[in-house]
Design a protein around this ligand. Structure first.
Ligand code: ADP
Ligand code: MG
Length: 896
C-alpha cells in the first residue's frame, strides 16, 4: 500500500525531481548557444573569458553569466579533451554553482563537471579550489582539466605536500587550484603561523568544490588537522605503564565496544593502585582518586584501550618501526596521522616500536570548520543522499540527485545470509568460481586488510589469480582499479580503496596507453592508442556478454553509504553489472548492532548449515540497523563539532587579529590602547572606584608600575597629594608611559620600532594561543569526567573556555606592554653578552625580540648598515640590519 507521502510523490514529483526540473531551462539555454560558440576560433574562446570577467567586474551576476560561460566551457572541453559534456553533466555543474552537493554516480564524469562552476566562479578573480581525496587525484585532475582551463585562458595550479614555497604560492595564485583537503587545511594553519603577509599562501576562501565530498566531510571529519611540536620525552612512563596492562583481568574493567571506551572498575582501581605504587609511578600515600593522579589515570586508561580496543592489521599496521593508522572506512593507510592524548604512544609501547614524544598542539582545525570558511561550498560524490541531513545541518549544503546519463542496468541482488563466517566464505568462494569461469570481472569488497588477506588465501588455494588492493599498496591502487574491469579480473579490495578511479569494462584506455609508452618510449603514440582502443573495445564486448562487472561484498558496513559506494563501482554509463552481499550472523554489524529479533526470525526461516537465507525482510532490517549506527555516528560528530565550535570562535578572533596586525603599517595606536588598558586595570585594583585614600595601596601600585611599565615613578607621593584621585593617577601614569615609550621610539628609529612592535605582538599572540590550546584540551577531558556530577560537560566547557579566553586577552595586553617597556637599545658590552647568549640558546623567540635593539645600538657603535661584515652574529629570523624591514633570512641572509 502506498503511504500518503509516496502518493504525493507520484502526483507532484519528489522535491528532488522539482529541483532537477527547475534547472532544465538553463540546460536548454546552454544547448541553444552551442552553434554560436562552436563558430568561435580558439582565440575567441579565450577572449570570451575576458569579456565575462569585465562583465562580472561591472556587476553582472554570475547567475546571469552562467549560460554563456557554461557554453564556452563546454566548447573548450570538446576541443581540448574531445569530450562533449552530457546534459546531466551541465545539470551537475549548475547545482554545484548553486552551492549544493551534486550526487552523481561513479563514471558520470564528475571531474569534467567541476570545470563548469569552477570556470564561472573564477571569473571574479578570487580563485576556486577543487578538493580531492589524495595527491594522486589532485595531480591527475589538475593535469587533465588544465587543458580545458587553458583553452579558456585560465590558469590551473596543483598544491601537493613537499612543494617549494614559491611553487605553492604560485599554485594558489591560479584561477583554479586543485589540492587535497589535508593540504588545504594545513596551509590554512601554516598561513596563520606566519609573520608576514607576503608569505601567506591562500588568497581567498571564495568557492570550494569538494570531490568525493562524503569521504572528506563525513568520514574524515572526525579527526581534526593538527600542527604540533614535540613535548618532553616520556617514553619511559609509557613503557612502564604498558608492562602493567597484560596483568589486568577482565573484572578490572568494563568495555563499551560501540563507544570504544574502557573504564576501570573499583576492583581494577585497587589493583592498579597497588601495582603503580610498587612501580614508583604513583607516589606513596597518593590514591588514583586524587586530582594529582589525573594524568596517570589518563595514561593507564589509554594503555588499556590500546590493548583491548585496537587490533593490529585492522586498526593499524606496523611498518618501519612505526604504528600507521588505517582508515576504518576506506582501509587506506593514514600516513602521518597520529592518535592524540597519548593513545598513539600507548600503542607504540604495546607493539614495542620506538615511542615518539607526545606532541603539543600548535594549531588545529577540523575539516568542518575549515570548509565553513568558504563563501560558497559545493560537493560531488556518488553517495550523499543517505547523509543529506548531516550535510544540511552542519554545512548548510543541499543534496541534489542528478539523474544518470543513461539508465542504470546493474542488478542489485538481495543479501545472502549464512550462519557462520566460515560458511559465508565458502559461499563467497563458490560464487567467485562460478562467475570467474565465465570470464566475468569480479570486485570483491572486504572491510579490513585482515579479511582481504584471509580471502586471498582461500582463492590461492583454488588456483584463482587475483589482485589485492589495500592500504599497503596504495601507490598502485589506481592502476589496479583501472584494470579491474578486464576479462577474468578478480580484484579484492578493502571497501573503498581506489575511489576516484573509474572501472571501465575491458580496461582503461588512458592508463594502458601510458603503461605501453612507459615500456616502449619509442612507439608512435597515435598508432598505439588506436591499437589499444580497438583491443579494449573488443574486450569490452566480451565482458558485457559475461554480465559486466560483478561486485561481491563480503560484509555490510556500518554505513549504507559505504555499501552503495562499493555497489556503484559497477554499472557505469548504462553498462550491465550485478552486485550482491554475502553476510553471516558472526559479522560485526550483526553481532554488535543486529537485533535479537533478527536472529529469531532468521532461525524461524530455518537456517541450515552451509545454506544462505535470502529474504527481502533481512535487507530491510539490516538497513534499519545501519541507519541506527549512522545516526549515532552523526551524533558523535555533532557533539565533537559543538566542542570544536568553542575553540573555532576563538580561533577566528585570534587569526583575524593576527591578520590585522600583519596588515597594519603602524601599530602604535594598538599598543597604546593595550598599555592604557593595563594602566586602567592597575589603578582599578590598587585604587578601587569610590574608595577613600586611606584604602588605597599606593606602594603596591608603585611596584606594579615598575614591573609592568618599566617606570620608577613617585606613585606613593602622588597619591598623597591633595586632589589626586584615581583618574588623575591614570592620566599621570599614561603621560609618563607615553613619554617613556616615545623616547624609546626615537632611540630605535620609527621604522625599527614599528617592526619591534609588530613582532612582539605576533609572537606574544602565538605563545598565548598555543598555551590556551593546551589548556582547552585539558579542560575538555576534565569536563568529560565531571559529567558524572550531573552537569552538562558542553556547557561547562563553553563557560570555562570563555573565561580562559578572556584571561588570554588580558595577559596578552599585560605581556605585550611589559615586553615593550623592557626593550631598549643596548651598550656594546651588553650587546656582546647577548650575542654570546644567543649562540648558546639559539632561542628564536628571544632573538626576534632583541635583535632590532642590537641593530639600533649598532648604528651608533661602529656598526655600518651597508656593511654586513659589521653586523655580528644574527638569528635567521631577525630583522635584516640593512633596514629593508624584511627578515634576515629573506634579505641579506638568504641562502644561495
Ligand atoms: P566520476 O568521477 O564521475 O566517477 P570521471 O570524471 O572519473 O567520473 O570520468 C569517468 C570517465 O568518463 C572518464 O574516462 C572520462 O573521460 C569519461 N567522460 C567524462 N565525461 C564524458 C563525456 N561527456 N563523454 C564521454 N566520456 C566522458
Ligand atoms: Mg571522480
Amino acid at each position: 500500500m502506498l503511504g500518503i507521502g509516496s502518493i504525493a510523490k507520484k502526483v507532484f514529483g519528489s522535491a528532488n525531481d522539482r529541483k532537477v526540473k527547475s534547472a532544465r531551462p538553463l540546460v536548454a539555454q546552454i544547448n541553444a548557444l552551442e552553434p554560436q560558440f562552436q563558430a568561435l576560433s580558439d582565440d575567441d574562446l579565450k577572449a570570451k573569458t575576458n569579456e565575462f570577467r569585465d562583465r562580472a567586474l561591472k556587476g553582472e551576476s554570475l547567475d546571469a553569466l552562467l549560460p554563456e560561460a557554461f557554453a564556452n566551457c563546454r566548447e573548450a572541453a570538446r576541443r581540448a579533451l574531445g569530450l562533449w559534456a552530457f546534459d546531466t553533466q551541465l545539470l551537475g555543474g549548475i547545482f554545484l554553482h548553486q552551492g549544493n552537493i551534486a550526487e552523481m554516480k561513479t563514471g558520470e564524469g564528475k571531474t569534467l563537471v567541476a570545470t563548469f562552476p569552477a570556470y564561472l566562479n573564477a571569473l571574479t578573480g578570487k580563485g576556486v579550489h577543487i578538493v580531492t581525496v589524495n595527491d594522486y587525484l589532485a595531480r591527475r585532475d589538475a593535469e587533465w582539466m588544465s587543458k580545458v582551463y587553458g583553452a579558456l585562458g585560465m590558469t590551473t595550479g596543483v598544491v601537493v605536500p613537499e612543494q617549494g614555497e614559491a611553487d605553492k604560492k604560485a599554485a594558489y595564485a591560479c584561477d583554479v587550484t586543485y589540492a587535497t583537503n589535508n593540504e588545504l587545511g594545513f596551509d590554512y594553519l601554516r598561513d596563520n603561523m606566519k609573520s608576514e603577509l607576503d608569505q601567506m599562501y591562500q588568497r581567498y576562501h571564495n568557492f570550494a568544490i569538494v570531490d568525493e565530498v562524503d569521504s572528506i566531510l563525513i568520514d574524515e571529519a572526525r579527526t581534526p588537522l593538527i600542527i604540533s611540536g614535540p613535548a618532553q620525552d616520556r617514553s619511559e612512563m609509557y613503557a612502564a605503564i604498558n608492562k602493567v596492562i597484560p596483568d589486568i583481568l577482565p573484572e578490572h574493567y568494563t568495555l563499551d565496544e560501540k563507544a570504544r571506551q574502557a573504564t576501570f572498575t573499583e576492583e581494577g582501581n585497587d589493583f592498579l593502585e597497588e601495582r603503580l605504587t610498587a612501580l614508583g609511578l604513583l607516589p606513596d600515600g597518593q590514591t588514583l582518586y586524587d586530582p594529582e593522579s589525573a594524568t596517570l589515570v589518563h595514561h593507564v586508561s589509554q594503555a588499556l584501550r590500546a590493548h583491548v580496543l585496537f587490533t593490529r592489521e585492522k586498526d593499524y599496521i606496523v611498518r618501519d618501526d612505526q604504528v600507521v593508522l588505517i582508515d576504518e572506512f576506506t582501509g587506506r593507510m593514514m600516513n602521518g596521522r597520529r592518535l592524540s592524548d597519548g593513545l598513539h604512544q600507548a600503542i607504540e609501547a604495546k607493539e614495542g616500536v620506538g615511542i615518539k614524544p607526545e606532541n603539543v598542539t600548535l594549531a588545529s582545525v577540523t575539516f568542518q570548520n575549515y570548509f565553513r570558511l568558504y563563501d560558497k561550498l559545493g560537493g560531488m560524490t556518488g553517495t550523499a543522499a543517505t547523509e543529506a541531513d548531516e550535510f544540511r545541518e552542519i554545512y548548510n549544503l543541499g543534496v541534489v540527485e542528478v539523474p544518470t546519463n543513461r539508465p542504470v542496468a546493474r542488478a542489485d541482488e538481495h543479501d545472502q545470509v549464512y550462519r557462520t563466517a566460515k560458511e559465508k566464505f565458502d559461499g563467497v568462494v563458490a560464487e567467485i568460481k562460478q562467475a570467474h569461469a565465465k570470464g566475468q570481472p569480479i570486485l570483491v569488497g572486504t572491510t579490513s586488510i585482515e579479511k582481504s588477506e584471509f580471502l586471498a588465501g582461500l582463492l590461492r588455494a583454488e588456483g584463482i589469480t587475483f589482485n589485492v588492493l589495500n592500504a599497503r599498496q596504495h601507490e598502485q591502487e589506481a592502476q589496479i582499479v583501472a584494470d579491474a574491469g578486464k576479462l577474468n579480473a578478480v580484484t579484492i579490495a578493502t571497501n573503498m580503496a581506489g575511489r576516484g578511479t573509474d572501472i571501465q569494462l575491458g580496461g582503461n584506455v588512458e592508463m594502458r596507453v601510458l603503461q605501453a609508452l612507459a615500456t616502449d618510449p619509442q612507439a608512435d603514440p597515435e598508432a598505439l592508442r588506436a591499437r589499444i582502443e580497438a583491443e579494449v573495445a573488443d574486450e569490452k564486448e566480451k565482458v558485457k556478454a559475461a554480465g559486466g562487472l560483478f561486485v561481491l561484498a563480503t560484509e555490510r558496513h556500518e554505513s549504507r553509504r559505504i555499501d552503495n559506494q562499493l555497489r556503484g563501482r559497477s554499472g557505469r554509463q548504462g553498462d550491465p553489472g550485478r552486485s550482491t552481499f554475502f553476510l553471516s550472523l558472526e559479522d560485526d554489524l550483526m553481532r554488535i548492532f543486529g537485533s535479537e529479533r533478527l536472529e529469531k526470525v532468521l532461525s524461524g526461516l530455518g537456517m541450515k548449515e552451509g545454506e544462505a537465507i535470502v529474504h527481502p525482510w533481512v535487507n530491510k532490517s539490516l538497513e534499519r540497523a545501519q541507519a541506527k549506527v549512522e545516526a549515532r555516528n552523526f551524533d558523535i560528530r555533532k557533539q565533537l563539532l559543538k566542542f570544536d565550535d568553542v575553540m573555532n570562535e576563538q580561533r577566528k578572533v585570534v587569526f583575524h587579529q593576527r591578520r590585522e596586525i600583519m596588515e597594519s603599517a603602524d601599530l602604535a595606536d594598538v599598543v597604546k590602547d593595550m598599555r592604557d588598558q593595563v594602566i586602567d586595570d592597575l589603578v582599578t585594583i590598587h585604587m578601587p572606584p569610590k574608595s577613600y585614600a586611606d584604602q588605597w595601596d599606593a606602594e603596591g601600585l608603585q611596584a606594579d608600575v615598575v614591573a609592568h611599565l618599566g617606570l620608577d615613578l613617585p606613585v606613593v607621593g602622588w597619591a598623597a597629594e591633595e586632589g589626586v584621585d584615581d583618574d588623575v593617577m591614570r592620566e599621570r601614569l599614561e603621560e609618563a608611559a607615553d613619554k617613556y615609550m616615545g623616547e624609546k621610539a626615537d632611540a630605535f628609529g620609527a621604522e625599527t620600532m614599528r617592526n619591534v612592535e609588530k613582532q612582539i605582538l605576533l609572537k606574544t599572540i602565538d605563545e598565548k594561543w598555543r598555551e590556551h590550546l593546551l589548556t582547552l584540551e585539558h579542560l575538555r577531558s576534565v569536563v568529560g569526567m565531571r559529567g558524572y556530577a550531573q552537569r552538562d560537560p558542553l556547557n561547562e566547557y563553553k563557560t570555562e573556555g570563555f573565561q580562559l579566553f578572556e584571561k588570554l586577552l588580558d595577559s596578552l595586553r599585560t605581556d605585550v606592554t611589559k615586553k615593550l617597556s623592557q626593550i631598549r637599545p643596548m651598550s656594546k658590552e651588553e650587546q656582546e653578552r647577548m650575542i654570546a647568549q644567543f649562540r648558546q640558546q639559539q632561542a628564536a623567540a628571544a632573538a626576534a625580540m632583541v635583535a632590532p635593539a642590537i641593530a639600533a645600538e649598532g648604528a651608533r657603535a661602529g656598526f655600518d648598515e651597508n656593511d654586513p661584515a659589521t653586523w655580528g652574529n644574527l638569528g635567521r629570523n631577525d630583522l635584516c640590519p640593512c633596514g629593508s624591514g624584511k627578515k634576515f633570512k629573506h634579505c641579506h641572509g638568504r641562502l644561495a
